[in-house]
Structures are given as structure tokens and as C-alpha cells.
Design a protein around this ligand. Sequence first.
Ligand code: ATP
Ligand code: DP6
Length: 315
Amino acid sequence: MGETWVLMKTAQTPTNIAVIKYWGKRDESLILPVNDSISVTLDPAHLCTTTTVAVSPVFQQDRMWLNGKEISLSGGRFQSCLREIRRRASEVEDKEKGVKIEKKDWEKLHVHIASYNNFPTAAGLASSAAGFACLVFALAKLMNVKEDESQLSAIARQGSGSACRSLFGGFVKWIMGKEEDGSDSVAVQLVDEKHWDDLFIVIAVVSSRQKETSSTSGMRESVETSLLLQHRAKEVVPKRILKMEEAIKNHSFESFAQLTCADSNQFHAVCLDTCPPIFYMNDTSHRIISYVEKWNRSEGSPRWHIHLMLGRMQF
Ligand SMILES: Nc1ncnc2c1ncn2[C@@H]1O[C@H](COP(=O)(O)OP(=O)(O)OP(=O)(O)O)[C@@H](O)[C@H]1O
Ligand SMILES: C[C@@](O)(CCOP(=O)(O)OP(=O)(O)O)CC(=O)O
């Protein structure tokens, strides 16, 4: 296969915001969570990642550019995604270019990746979720991987846990799973994006500062030191997930809002119960919470829900 040719695929993936949060791992290397979680995928017209992947016999190594700057692919999470996709690659034929790639060829071929976020990266808006989901989906298309979105979500999960939920639109549940190899820790779509089309999400960025504690290290410390996290995972989230699924299915905004706010508040309570404590909110966040709580009380029934995360606000 000495000739020069390039095959290319592009994908676009939105970010997602958790309404029942993932916080804590039972397996760090496979990124397996201590609880189920549920998120809503944002409209791709607003916050999304666009990723193009290309393969050619002239590429000498896997390389990636993010927002125009080359980044290292040596990290374990990128390597996990590349390895898992390659393992599932199958034959690709492009009759126009006269190219045929056998399954065995994929181990020897290298990819070049260019990815762009149309929103701030590493700024608390879950760019890793959209980014790893988009990377996995684009690579799967390029390498003719037959797995469905749920099976692909188990690969995106190894890039970043919340990324598994961005393989679908609408409301998505990440089932924590019980298997040690993580084969049953996958995302499934609860309802599609048309199910609740008059629900709007407003994201107010209440701080431009990079968060001090990454999600990865924050949840590691919570698992190691917070008794509240253990209680939340065992006693609270299992029941709350069932109530949230019911609220979403029945468009019960009052229940949806109450559960979302309660879960966000408990997430921040776990962060405070961690040693050393983790602060993801600031005075602005607190002020907006109290305004919205007063608003909802004055209006009789909740019209807005609010949950704060990582120094930013989603209504
Ligand atoms: N488009 C992308 N493609 C692949 N990886 C990406 C992309 N965008 C971001 N990432 C990865 O995600 C990392 C940023 O993740 P990080 O968790 O720090 O921030 P965030 O996900 O934007 O915010 P938060 O986790 O607080 O919601 C980047 O350093 C990069 O490794
Ligand atoms: C607070 C959260 O947004 C945490 C997201 O954590 P990440 O998915 O970014 O963590 P890693 O798996 O270590 O990459 C809650 C959520 O999105 O469910």
C-alpha cells in the first residue's frame, strides 16, 4: 500500500449537563462510576465540538490539533480511545480513490485529528465530554466500527466519564454497571431532543477563572474522604434516578426542577464534605441561587430550575 491517499471523516458533538450528577469512581483506569447519572444534551447549534479525523499511509504517527494547537496524544485516556476503536475497526473501501483497507491494516496506519470547540475549553463547560465523544464517534466512522452508540459510549467513557452521555441527544442515562471490565457501564437515551422542546437551558458563566480542582482529582478526594458521598451513592441517587426518569417522561417540571436543584446542592455539599473541601461556587453563584429560589417561591410553582456546577450556572 505504498501509494499516497487520504480518507477523512468529520463529526459534531454537543456537550451535556448533568441533572443527576456523576461524582466518584469505583475504578479510575476504566472510569467506572459509583452511581448512575442523568444528563441533558445541549443543542449542538450552541455548545459543540467539531472533529475531523484523517488516515493516510504517509502519516508517520498519530497526531492531534485542538483549537489550532497540537496537543499530546500520549495520555492514557487518548490512548485508551484510540486502542479501543482500532480493536473494533473493520474493512474500509473507497472505490473513487481505489483504496481498500483490510482490518489488519489499521494497526499499521496512523491518524491525524483536528478538533475545535465553539465554546471555552477547560473552562467548566464540559469540553472534555463533547470532545471525547466527538473523537470516538469520528474515529468509529473513519474505521468502519460496527458498534452502536451505547457500545461506543463505553469507549468515550474511557476518555472522560461524562463524555459517554454526549453520544446521544435529549435526556441520557449513564448506567453505572456492575461488571469489573466496565462492559455494562454505558449510556442509553431516555428520551430524544424533541420530547421536551420547550425546556430551555441558560448557562451563566459566573467566573472566567480556571477551576482550582479538576473533576478527576476532586472526585478522587471525595471518594477517599467524604462519608456523605458514600451515603449519596448508596441511599440517595438510586431513588432520585427513578424519580427523575418519571419527571422527564411525564414533563413534570416541578419535580424535575426540585430533583435537579437538590442533586446539584448535594453535589456541592459532598465537595464541602471532602477533605480538603472543594469550592466550585462563588458569591455570584450563591446570589443567583437565592434569587431563583425566591422567584420560584413567589411564582407559586418552580418555573426555573437552577443548578450550579464548577463555578458556572445553568438554569
Ligand atoms: N475537542 C476536544 N477533543 C478532544 N479532547 C478535548 C477537546 N476539548 C477538550 N478536550 C480535553 O478535555 C480537557 C479539558 O477537560 P476539563 O475537565 O479540564 O475541562 P472541561 O471538561 O471543559 O470542564 P468541566 O470538566 O469542568 O466541565 C482538555 O485538556 C483536553 O484534554
Ligand atoms: C461535576 C460533573 O460535571 C463531573 C464530570 O466529571 P468528568 O466526566 O469531567 O470526570 P472524568 O471522568 O474524571 O473525566 C458531573 C457530571 O457531569 O455528571
